[in-house]
Design a protein around this ligand. Structure first.
Ligand code: SAM
Length: 346
């Protein structure tokens, strides 16, 4: 593995959605642990948290009937409004995700793959199988329906605020940070890079746990190997300090350095669970761009679980379009979608 050579940066490209099935090299000789190995703890069985039986009505532009949603001639499988309604209810109960009517085509194309993989002839047959237990297919069903868009230093204004907070906590040990919707890892690695920069060392008092519901994205995060176009917007200094560049058969990929990788513990956690296996008290929670998929009552439940896990001076980072005004008794906005505890002692 060569050191990252920032002299020949690839031309900038727009950030794209990360697909959990994106191809990564089978192995990068990083000199550290083999990045092909997945060291995730075994995924826990997906629990079924207590949720209302049905999701809130989709803001639908068409009546939900038993009719096919689109001319069946253009599709391999018939997909009726009642099939979509069943999917909506199931993913809402398992993951809290509220699918709007606009997501019908996305749901069809993602689940059609699962029908093929499980040799089911119709959505009804596939969904019946899940409702009767489904075994491992539940995990694949959920993984298929999550949206994993992310990037390194996404919403970059948060990272200097985070770094400043770390400096204020100087002397505290450990400082605990939870990245609660880590997706393919770009966010927790951005957090770890910020920590190293704040302490000017890879040895810090900060412990970082990064979790997600989707086991596919966690496996990608755990590998820490990215196509070069995912890292090309990072500064040459960051590339050099935090990445190794693949050569030969690994051409076109970069691996996070083992010392950065070792700073993060990855684990599957469903934010809908009644309690979280994350050790507190937490100094910082990143919960960005996931609440947007939940309705307000679900958001409130999650925030009410976060609140007692936090240090009294803890910070909660939310996504750019997420607002927790409806939970003002729990969290108070500091601006820029950063929140502190409402109960914080002044
Ligand atoms: C759009 S990505 C956001 C990634 C990152 N936080 C960011 O802002 O770039 C949303 C992530 O939330 C995860 N997710 C969805 N429902 C979840 C749940 N119930 N519990 C935990 N994670 C969930 C998805 O798997 C996905 O990786």
């Amino acid at each position: 593995m060569a050191l990252f050579d920032p002299k020949r940066p690839a031309p900038p490209k727009p950030l794209t959605s990360t697909s959990s099935s994106s191809s990564t090299p089978s192995r990068i000789s990083s000199g550290g642990r083999p990045v092909s190995a997945t060291s995730l703890p075994p995924a826990r069985g997906l629990q079924r948290p207590a949720m209302p039986a049905t999701p809130p009505a989709a803001a639908s532009t068409r009546p939900l009937t038993g009719l096919p949603l689109r001319e069946s001639g253009s599709r391999e499988f018939a997909f009726t409004a009642s099939d979509f309604e069943r999917v909506r209810t199931m993913i809402y109960q398992h993951a809290g995700i509220s699918l709007s009517a606009a997501k019908q085509d996305m749901v069809y194309s993602r689940l059609a793959r699962r029908l093929r993989a499980t040799n089911k002839g119709s959505f009804g047959e596939y969904l019946d199988m899940l409702e009767k237990g489904g075994g491992d297919e539940w995990e694949r069903f959920v993984n298929s329906l999550t949206t994993n868009l992310t990037s390194f230093f996404r919403e970059p204004h948060h990272f200097p605020i985070f770094a400043e907070h770390l400096k204020k906590l100087s002397g505290r040990n450990p400082i605990r940070v939870w990245c609660s919707a880590a997706s393919t890892g770009e966010e927790p690695y951005s957090i770890a890079m910020t920590v190293v920069e704040a302490f000017n060392s890879f040895t810090t008092p900060v412990s970082i746990i990064a979790t997600d519901l989707d086991t596919n994205v966690l496996a990608t995060a755990d590998k820490g190997v990215y196509a070069l176009d995912r890292v090309e917007r990072l500064s040459p200094e960051r590339l050099k300090r935090f990445f190794l560049k693949g050569s030969g058969s690994q051409e076109g990929f970069a691996a996070v350095r083992p010392e950065l990788r070792r700073m993060i513990q990855f684990q599957q956690v469903n934010l809908l669970d009644a309690s979280y296996p994350v050790k507190g008290p937490l100094d910082v929670i990143f919960c960005r761009n996931v609440m947007i998929y939940f309705d307000k009552p679900t958001q409130y439940k999650i925030l009410s679980r976060f609140s007692p896990m936090m240090q009294s001076d803890g910070l909660l980072f939310a996504g750019h379009s997420e607002s927790f005004l409806h939970a003002a008794d729990l969290f108070r906005s500091l601006g820029k979608t950063v929140y502190e505890l409402a109960r914080r002692a002044r």
